[in-house]
Design a binder for this molecule. Structure first.
Ligand code: SF4
Ligand code: SF4
Length: 446
């Protein structure tokens, strides 16, 4: 009886969500502008891959989805959630939010696969347990990977499993950032701003050296850094798979972790984490508690991407005359979708890069176009992901760059894989690594 009541209330909730979704979808005028900016349509030329096609599908959601929820989900799943369509839509249709809501509805109706339940509900939802599993994975990963001789100045390893299409993966770090960070916190009395560092899964577990540089840079600028322990994921992997429950748990976890920290700004080095905190948390977190909602609003206001914080708040500037740099190695920049399209942050990373006078900066064509990663999109649709990624590699290469910088660890993984696939010796770095070379290790890149 209790179960039946729960099921009815769940269905009522889903129907309510669908009504809201129908209203959002109705704003689309079918103008087709989103077609020209969709990286997926650009490689498939398939109308059902573009926002307009997907919205037409959702238009009949109330009718079609009970008949064929699996088919609707499969079509919705062919999306990078890059936000290019939303950023260019003249009617302000936020396709990313619509698709996320639709995935939540469908997953609520159909249930989730066992493997996703294990990953999201038992691993990701329990940050300390997740950390232990990843530490174990870092020790034993070379049973499943083999080291390759193709290096893009990242230690790439090739997957041996045919299921994973012989990807060239950036391996898990031997020690996560949270295991090595305690010595980095400067305890002497600092008078500057207090900044809480939201590390994010990929910087913590794959690129701890980038997280270390972020703390060192903040220390250099006399900023007091607070790193709350046992931080969790921002929640976007779970929500992208329609798991509202895990997403809510992770947002609550972060609110609890950061609530007591007392800080002026919250900074991340991951474009996806920043965009998720600033845009997806307020739109998708479901809480009945006014305290939590108000804590969330405060946190969102204080959240900055690291390049934005360094340039807009601390006033870092490029100090080099362009003609001085002609004989220097070329660096180019790839705009992560979540920085450029979701948050409109694009000049700050370029200023930060150009603060390092050891390089000459060259803009690539279509720097703002998606690299093809799209989180789980890359796992589910590797062929499409590489088709998109190869276009990015061609644009990087045509600048003559020795280095490509970006502000998102997921983009770094994709660029490393795509460049290694094409056997291109172009180094992939996080934007802050170039800035720290300049201020902390002058002469290293000369
Ligand atoms: S650009 Fe906006 S209004 Fe035009 S088809 Fe795409 S989603 Fe609809
Ligand atoms: S979010 Fe990106 S991939 Fe998805 S429909 Fe919009 S433009 Fe295309």
């Amino acid at each position: 009886m209790l179960n039946l009541r729960r099921k009815r209330s769940k269905m009522a909730e889903l129907v309510q969500m669908m009504k809201t979704l129908d209203q959002q979808v109705a704003r689309c005028s079918r103008c087709g502008i989103c077609q020209s900016v969709c990286p997926l349509y650009n490689v498939t030329k398939n109308e059902s891959d573009v926002t307009r096609g997907k919205l037409m599908l959702l238009d009949g959601l109330m009718r079609s989805f009970f008949d064929d929820p699996k088919g609707v989900l499969q079509r919705l799943d062919r999306c990078l959630l890059c936000g290019s369509c939303a950023a260019n839509c003249p009617r302000g249709v936020n396709a990313v939010e619509i698709f996320l809501n639709a995935r939540v509805i469908i997953s609520g109706y159909r249930g989730m696969s066992l493997i996703k339940k294990i990953i999201f509900r038992y691993l990701l939802s329990n940050p300390e347990f997740f950390d232990r599993i990843i530490s174990w994975g870092a020790k034993w990963q070379y049973l499943f990977f083999r080291k390759t001789d193709v290096q893009v100045n990242l230690s790439c390893a090739s997957m041996v499993s045919p299921l994973l299409s012989n990807r060239r993966m950036v391996p898990l770090a031997p020690a996560s950032f949270h295991q090595i960070s305690s010595g980095l916190i400067k305890t002497e009395k600092r008078t500057g701003l207090k900044v809480a560092f939201f590390v994010g899964c990929l910087l913590d577990k794959v690129f701890p050296e980038v997280a270390v540089e972020i703390v060192r840079i903040l220390n250099f600028h006399n900023v007091r850094v607070i790193i709350p322990p046992a931080q969790g994921c921002c929640g976007i992997p779970a929500l992208s798979s329609g798991d509202q429950l895990t997403f809510n748990r992770l947002v609550e976890h972060s609110l609890n972790r950061f609530d007591q920290a007392g800080f002026d700004y919250l900074v991340t080095g991951c474009a996806t984490c920043t965009a998720t905190i600033k845009k997806i948390w307020p739109a998708m977190f479901k809480s009945a508690s006014e305290n939590q909602n108000s804590a969330l609003r405060h946190l969102v206001e204080k959240t900055y991407d690291i390049s934005q914080f360094l340039v807009d708040v601390l006033g870092v500037r490029s100090s080099v005359m362009p003609e001085e740099k002609l004989s220097k190695p070329i660096v180019t920049y790839h705009d992560p979708c979540h920085l450029r399209k979701t948050l409109n942050v694009y000049s700050e990373p370029r200023i930060l890069i150009q603060a390092n006078d050891a390089y000459s900066f060259a803009e690539m064509s279509n720097a703002e176009t998606c690299c093809g990663m799209g989180g789980s999109f890359n796992l589910a649709h590797y062929k499409l992901s590489t088709d998109i990624g190869k276009k990015k590699v061609a644009n990087i290469e045509s600048t003559g760059a020795a280095v490509v910088a970006t502000g998102c660890p997921a983009c770094m993984i994709q660029l490393a894989d795509m460049l290694a696939m094409g056997k291109k010796q172009i180094r992939v770095v996080h934007t802050v690594e170039l800035y720290s070379e300049k201020i902390l290790y002058p002469g290293v890149s000369e």
